[in-house]
Design a protein around this ligand. Structure first.
Ligand code: NAD
Length: 241
């Protein structure tokens, strides 16, 4: 039975990932800053944690790994969206986005890699974005943060692959989660923005969180044992136009 730790596990893609691994009989810990959402999620172990805060991550990971009895798979899904060009995005907002989306992945991996080593190896899956590979107007900080975690994934894959820890990332396109709903709501015409994102892929709808969870589950599985440092794009064709 594999032991799985998911940051951002209380909502959206993270919550779907918790459920996907539980379907296999895995024991899953969710770490999330949203205590109320955490209370409602299906995870076996739940820890309040701010991934941008070193002490918070260290302590939540230690407690979660103790309760799980070790860890074999780490999914770094916690993240936030942000709108605005460089001129519109304040330095504080830019720092907040980088703290959660980039530093959060770094701190999560830094705290969990010793436990994966102790387990004799394992898998890390980072949730990046298709907006780390291509850009969209009016989301400069978010695009920058997701580009950074894709290359952080590659760097970690090289550093830790030799010790049996496979590191990959998934690049979702627009996925039906509270994050994307808030992103739409923040635009001048949320309905038009939603329709534009639905039309941007080739399936005419937003992606389901379970469809991203399936890709994460695959990357963490033995079936992907030769897949190392990959950025698996699951964006319904958004970025191939
Ligand atoms: P979501 O808002 O439904 O879930 C994100 C979770 O992360 C929430 O439970 C939230 O409380 C948690 N979180 C936020 N800041 C945190 C922090 N500092 N510490 C701990 N937890 C924190 O959003 P989602 O769409 O499921 O997003 C999950 C990941 O997928 C994010 O990294 C996001 O950038 C990425 N992503 C989403 C989409 C999309 O269209 N929804 C597309 C590409 C990538």
């Amino acid at each position: 039975m594999r032991r799985v730790l998911v940051t951002g596990g209380a909502s959206g893609i993270g919550a779907a990932t918790v459920r996907r691994f539980q379907e296999d009989g895995c024991r899953v810990a969710a770490l999330d800053v949203d205590e109320a959402a955490l209370g409602a999620c299906s995870a076996d172990v739940k820890m309040v944690c701010d991934v941008a805060d070193e002490q918070s991550v260290q302590s939540a990971v230690e407690r979660a790994v103790t309760e799980l009895g070790g860890v074999d798979v780490v999914v770094a899904a916690a993240g936030i969206a942000s709108r605005g060009s460089v001129m519109d995005c304040t330095p504080a907002e830019f720092g907040r986005v980088m703290s959660v989306n980039v530093r959060g992945v770094y701190l999560t991996c830094r705290a969990t890699l010793p436990h994966l080593r102790a387990a004799g190896g394992g898998a890390v899956v980072v949730v990046a974005s298709q907006l780390g590979l291509v850009a969209v107007a009016d989301a400069a900080a978010y695009c920058a943060s997701k580009g950074a975690v894709i290359n952080l994934t590659r760097a970690m894959a090289l550093d830790h692959g030799p010790e049996g820890i496979r590191v990959n990332c998934v690049c979702p396109g627009p996925t039906e989660t509270p994050l994307v709903e808030r992103f739409f709501a923040d635009t001048a015409d949320p309905t038009a923005t939603r329709q534009a994102f639905e039309a941007a892929g080739v399936i005419g709808r937003l992606i389901e969180p379970a469809e991203i969870a399936e890709a994460i589950h695959y990357l963490a599985s033995e079936r992907a044992k030769a897949t190392i440092g990959a950025a698996l794009v699951v964006d319904a064709g958004y970025s191939v136009r």
